[in-house]
Ligand binder design. Structure first.
Ligand SMILES: [Zn+2]
Length: 74
């Protein structure tokens, strides 16, 4: 499940999606999944991706496919 997905009109890899959410580089990522929830800003579909921003931390990030909204489970 590491296929690329379209986010805000651009094709992104799991790595790129995680970097958009984190606004920084990340060490490692899992695949992109559908989060089964809707964006609180625009009602669009939300994707999730698990990633490691550093060696000691694992974060699940959420990003709207249609607008700039994102959050993490921190
Ligand atoms: Zn949105």
């Amino acid at each position: 499940m590491s296929e690329n997905r379209v986010v805000e009109g651009r094709m992104v890899t799991p790595q790129k999606l995680a970097e958009l959410i984190e606004d920084d580089s990340v060490m490692d990522t899992e695949g992109i999944e559908d989060a089964d929830r809707q964006c609180p800003e625009c009602g669009g579909d939300v994707l999730s991706v698990g990633y490691m921003p550093g060696i000691t931390e694992f974060v699940t990030g959420y990003k709207c496919q249609d607008c700039g909204w994102s959050e993490t489970d921190r």
